[in-house]
Design a binder for this molecule. Structure first.
Ligand SMILES: CC(=O)N[C@H](C=O)[C@@H](O)[C@H](O)[C@H](O)CO
Ligand SMILES: CC(=O)C(=O)O
Length: 320
């Protein structure tokens, strides 16, 4: 079924879940959001209901509806739609995995359960295996994000022999800065055709050198075009140009990180850059401040990431 599909590669935008001012999901802008990613950012793969999508703050029924909307609106426009189905409850995770298969998603990803945690590689593999088995026709990706899950089992260890346990395993989304671990994932699995997707956008160039085959991140929503230019320069082996792009991206991320940067701020920046209202985040997150949005806007302009022509009417109001 889904398996003849080509390997997931290039940029994958971790989608935001648009919300209305009263905290309901705003499904009405998802079609527009797909077009924006494809046409304005050159990004044709998405990762739905992950960190940026506040996936763990949504109800199971909301997660199903969001997944369905992205698959429907992305049809014939997007290359691949990967749904994050990780949850604390194995049952819920399996239900979401099965649902992803039913709606025709291109893959599923799972984080480690993060309240009652798996303490060994084998236990984590057993959990992942049970989820993957609920969608036996879908490519499976492990989403390694130790800073948020608190599960610090090294990815390199986890990948050792993983396909014997999880036959649908196709790759790793690596959201950590440990390039020894990441490099060894690549080095030790050269004979497999796994996707090695890096998830720390400000360090992507170093991961490309280590063998990353793609990247999943929040900033590809609005810096996709710039990052694609970096990927092209890297592809042509023009490392100094690629580094220029990476530094440019770093100047922006460094600036916002110092102001306090997370999902709320990503929502505000995306509203500003795309003109599509992303709305506030859901509790426990707090809406980004007006000061943050103003400073981010000034920085985007100074870096030439945002021209006045890009600013859609009303976008400032929507993010205030
Ligand atoms: C913790 C987190 O959300 N990480 C994202 C993806 O994994 C990244 O895309 C970051 O948002 C990005 O690298 C900026 O720090
Ligand atoms: C950044 C990312 O991959 C996520 O939001 O899950």
């Amino acid at each position: 079924m889904a398996f003849p599909k080509k390997k997931l590669q290039g940029l994958v935008a971790a989608t935001i879940t648009p919300m209305t001012e009263n905290g309901e999901i705003n499904f009405s802008v998802i079609g527009q959001y797909v077009d924006y990613l494809v046409k304005e950012q050159g990004v044709k793969n998405i990762f739905v209901n992950g960190t940026t999508g506040e996936g763990l703050s949504l109800s199971i029924s909301e997660r199903r509806q969001v997944a369905e909307e992205w698959v429907t609106k992305g049809k014939d426009k997007l290359d691949q739609v990967v749904i994050h189905v990780g949850a604390l409850s194995l049952k819920e995770s399996q239900e979401l995995a099965q649902h992803a298969a039913e709606i025709g998603a291109d893959g599923i990803a799972v984080i480690a359960p993060f309240f009652l945690k798996p303490w060994t590689k084998d236990i984590l593999i057993n959990f992942l295996k049970e989820v993957a088995a609920a969608a036996p026709a879908l490519p499976f990706y492990y989403y390694h994000i130790p800073a948020l899950t608190g599960v610090k089992i090294r990815a390199e260890e986890l990948l050792d022999g993983i396909q014997d346990k999880i036959p649908t395993f196709r790759g790793l989304k690596f959201s950590d800065t440990d390039l020894l671990d990441f490099g060894q994932c690549v080095d030790q699995n050269r004979r497999q055709q796994f996707a090695f997707l890096f998830g720390v956008d400000e360090q992507l160039l170093s991961a490309l050198v280590m063998g990353a085959t793609g990247a999943v991140g929040s900033t590809y929503n609005y810096l996709g075009k710039k990052t694609n230019q970096m990927l092209e320069a890297f592809e042509r082996k023009d490392l100094s140009l690629a580094l220029n792009y990476q530094f440019c991206i770093q100047r922006f991320i460094n600036f916002v990180v110092k102001l306090g940067f997370g999902v709320s701020q990503t929502k505000a920046i995306m509203t500003l850059v795309s003109g599509i209202p992303m709305g506030p985040p859901r509790l426990p997150l707090q809406k980004a401040s007006r000061e943050f949005t103003d400073s981010a806007e000034a920085k985007l302009k100074s870096l030439d990431f945002l021209s006045f022509a890009d600013l859609k009417d009303g976008s400032l109001e929507a993010s205030s």
